[in-house]
Design a protein around this ligand. Structure first.
Ligand code: HEM
Length: 453
């Protein structure tokens, strides 16, 4: 029985509550139990690990630090391919850096880190169509547009300037979209699942071969300016180049890990800007009078990643019995860490849910209190290019266009791996300086996550 508080677990009924409304349930659990809360006993929530011993949330900064620094005791959850028995090629494509552990994971991070640190994704932005096809007076679907943009930026970052369209990025996206459809299809729909399984095998094989061909090309020509070209030249400790299969897995996993949160962060940030008229006017005025990235834009991005962090919940599973914050945890215990909850705690209860970039003039949270890119042993290697891509894309968009919400809209959200809008967000495009009149207002469930005027 899991009971760090010496009493009953948070409640078996919380399993359903966590799935239905994970963020409100986590906020409530923190208020009720403090630094460590038992959420379920004997049932995993997010980890997909069959036979998990239960689920515990670590909220206190010390507990968060302990979990994130000790990657060998608190390991990664099972991949979708492991849990759902996906075609072998999908398993192979899912075994990138995210599912590695132990010494090999540490070696890969050491080898890959410098390549990521040198990447300037900001320069990937201008060449891509940042609202290039938009017309004044047009209503665009912000979610679709930002997904398209984030995929283009991530594709270019990973696969280089010569990346054709449709190219490897589109193939990665197709595989992930199919994987999600497969996972969401009920086991009773045997016919549909069989068809999706076969399609996944075919599309996955095409992607695997395409990535391996690109890696061979990088190796034989020595050419290529994307991350994959750099990774193709990395050698393991024994001096051997990494296998084509391993690199293909890194390529496809990195595409998903980069494009999804980038798209979410772009949508949330632009949505917040449409709701705060004074902020929008000041930000646009600053951007249009300078070529650089004004400090205010940096603060807006930091605040957006605080209030609506794309990775709102991170999952670990204990690899052995462990002690956390003085409490014993069994082997195979699922652990949740929530940047969403942590970001509210350091901001102070009263103003936690307000979108206020001004707080960043004084706020200096520690790495384990503000962690939109994770922290510790598995922190985001793509943080620098991701920040460059976010500020670069937002600057480019806001210099070219005024955006307002096309009428009042109910905006819902959902949390899968990433915190994303659950419905399309319709936005009206104006020429610069023409969209000053107040646009539509956000209503609906998003208002439970963030306080808006
Ligand atoms: C706004 C954009 C992004 C956000 C919010 C974000 C967030 C995160 C977070 C929270 C983690 C830690 C996950 C955990 O500990 O469970 C992570 C890890 C990682 N991310 Fe990002 N990320 C972003 C963009 C990118 C991009 C563009 C790339 C590269 C193309 C990337 C590559 C990675 C890698 C390699 C790891 C480390 C995996 C490991 O060692 O297990 N990320 N990211």
């Amino acid at each position: 029985m899991l009971s760090p508080h010496g009493g009953r677990p948070f409640g078996a009924d919380r399993h359903a509550a966590l799935l239905a409304d994970p963020l409100a349930t986590l906020v409530a659990a923190r208020q009720l139990h403090g630094d460590l809360a038992v959420l379920t006993d004997g049932v995993p929530v997010f980890s997909r690990r069959l036979g998990a011993a239960g689920c515990v949330a670590a909220f206190g900064t010390d507990a968060v630090r302990e979990v994130l620094l000790d990657a060998s005791t608190f390991g990664p959850p099972a991949t979708l391919a492991e849990r759902d028995g996906l075609p072998p090629v999908i398993g192979a494509l899912s075994s990138g850096v995210f599912s590695m552990s132990g010494a090999v994971h540490r070696r890969r991070r050491r080898a890959f880190g410098p390549l990521f640190a040198r990447r300037e994704a900001g320069r990937c932005v201008e060449a891509e169509v940042v609202g290039g096809g938009w017309r004044p007076g047009e209503v665009i679907g912000l979610v679709a547009e930002m997904n398209r943009l984030a995929r283009a930026i991530t594709g270019r970052l990973l696969f280089g300037a010569g990346e054709a369209t449709p190219g490897l990025g589109d193939a990665c996206h197709r595989v992930f979209a199919l994987r999600r459809r497969y996972a969401a299809t009920s086991v009773s729909e045997t016919g549909v699942r069989d068809r999706l399984y076969a399609e996944l095998g075919d599309v996955g094989a095409g992607l695997h071969e395409g990535l391996r061909a690109r890696i061979r090309h990088h190796r034989t020509s020595g050419a290529g300016d994307g991350l994959l070209a750099g990774l193709s030249r990395v050698r393991d400790e024994d001096g051997r180049l990494l296998s084509e299969g391993e690199l293909a897995a890194h390529g496809s996993a990195l595409f998903l890990a980069g494009s999804e949160p980038l798209a979410a962060a772009l949508v949330w940030t632009l949505l917040m800007i449409t709701q705060l008229d004074d902020l929008r006017d000041e930000l646009c005025a600053q951007l249009r009078s300078t070529e650089g990235v004004p400090e205010l834009l940096g603060a807006v991005v930091r605040e957006s990643l605080r209030v609506l962090p794309p990775n709102a919940v991170m999952v670990r599973v204990t690899t052995r019995e462990a002690v956390l914050g003085g409490h014993r945890l069994p082997d195979r215990c699922e652990l949740l860490i929530s940047p969403f909850v942590a970001h509210r705690a350091f901001a102070g209860e009263a103003r936690a849910a307000s979108f206020d970039p001004g707080r960043w003039r004084a706020a200096r949270p520690s790495a384990f209190e503000y962690l939109p890119f994770g922290a510790g042993a598995r922190s985001c290697l793509g943080r620098r290019p991701a920040m460059g891509a976010l500020t670069g894309a937002l600057a480019e968009i806001l210099r070219r266009w005024d955006l307002t919400l096309a009428g009042d809209q109910e905006i819902d959200w959902r949390l899968r791996a990433t915190l994303v809008p659950a419905n399309e967000v319709r936005v009206l495009v104006h020429e610069p300086g023409r969209g000053r009149a107040a646009g539509g207002r956000v209503g609906g469930p998003l208002r439970e996550l963030v306080r808006l005027p």
